[in-house]
Ligand binder design. Structure first.
Ligand code: MG
Length: 346
């Protein structure tokens, strides 16, 4: 099979403010795999804080070309291919995810099945998807909420020095929708976090992502034992191999294809979490419909979906995912069900 790829700058609708900083675009590399007249699409998204960038992704994909070129059998084994891709080099999870997503799309198209069917997911079990609101002024927040009208649940980034309660209070002037809070490691002590969590629970916050610094598992375990709402590991959790270490210290994990090197591992993580009774968020980065639809294929195995990437961008080259009652609808089309927008502004 032939691998093709190109960089793409995904522009953000609103400059994105988190505990990590502020940015207006996310660097992507879009890829495609070609075999016997079929094409599978993939995507790597590289927010600056995960250590990958356009240059590293292009280099890794180039390195993967010969390995993929050797595969000519239409009934290829994704797990085996991803094992070999993984062994090429450590890290590069987003670049690996791009290949994995394209492999799934390609296999779905060749076998004439949607990817969710290949993976055994039930579209009727799709959880609601959050809509993320960045930290902003009340005026901008109100405008952003108009974009969130179709979503049942919201996600809010906290972890500021002193404004966290104010942000929630401001938001509660406009909406009573349940909120998933992401503190992005912004709270420094478990005692401070616990106080705030009881206050947030009273304000209809139903789940909290990464309240404390990522390496402090002891503090996470202390907080998890006492928190009124589930504590989810995001920055503390990357790949399947990390699962056992976080399982005892958190109520659940945030799975992202760009962390797990794609669907192959993400699916295994979701199944393992289900077996252990842990909660899961199927999360995303700033992404086009490609990576988001890929994640949506396994979201029915998860507690919550946080797959709003395409709604927060202005130059998504694909058609938007279909949302109904705040849930992404899985298509019956072969592969990922991805379609070109046909009116790309670039
Ligand atoms: Mg997060």
């Amino acid at each position: 099979m032939e691998l093709r790829f190109q960089p793409f700058s995904l522009r953000l609708k609103f400059p994105f403010q988190t505990a990590h900083g502020r940015r207006t675009a996310t660097e992507l590399v879009l890829c495609s795999l070609h075999l016997e007249g079929f094409t599978g699409h993939g995507e790597a998204s590289m927010p600056p804080y995960y250590g990958e960038n356009t240059e590293s992704a292009l280099r890794f994909l180039q390195k993967s070309v010969p390995l993929l070129a050797e595969i000519s059998d239409a009934f290829f084994d994704i797990e085996e291919i991803m094992h070999n891709i993984d062994a090429l080099e450590v890290g590069n999870s987003a670049a690996k995810a791009a290949i994995d997503i394209a492999l799934h799309d390609l296999l779905g198209k060749i076998s004439r099945k949607p990817v969710w069917e290949v993976l055994g997911a039930d579209p009727d079990k799709m959880p609601p998807t959050t809509f993320t609101l960045g930290i902003d002024t009340p005026e901008v927040l109100e405008k952003k909420l108009e974009d969130a009208a179709d979503f049942q649940i919201l996600k809010v980034k906290l972890g500021t020095e002193s404004d966290d309660k104010k942000i929630i209070e401001t938001l509660r002037q406009f909406t009573q929708k349940p909120i998933l809070v992401d503190a992005n490691q912004g709270w420094k002590t478990p005692e401070y976090a616990l106080d705030l969590l009881f206050w947030l629970a009273e304000n209809n916050v139903f789940m909290i992502e990464q309240p404390l610094p990522k390496n402090d598992f002891k503090a996470a375990a202390w907080l998890t034992a006492r928190s009124p709402i589930p504590i989810i590991a995001d920055e503390s959790f990357q790949r399947l191999a990390d699962f056992d270490a976080v399982a005892d210290c958190f109520h659940g994990v945030n799975i992202k294809l760009m962390k797990s090197a794609g669907l192959n591992e993400a699916w295994q993580i979701a199944k393992k979490a289900q077996e252990k009774g842990l909660k899961t968020i199927m999360g995303c980065m700033s992404e086009t419909s490609c990576a988001t639809l890929a994640a949506a294929q396994i979201a029915p195995f998860c507690t919550v979906a946080d797959l709003d990437g395409p709604w927060l961008t202005t130059n998504n080259p694909y058609k938007m995912p279909v949302l109904k009652h705040g849930k992404i609808q899985l298509s019956t089309a072969d592969g990922l069900g991805l379609e070109s927008a046909g009116n790309s502004e670039d």
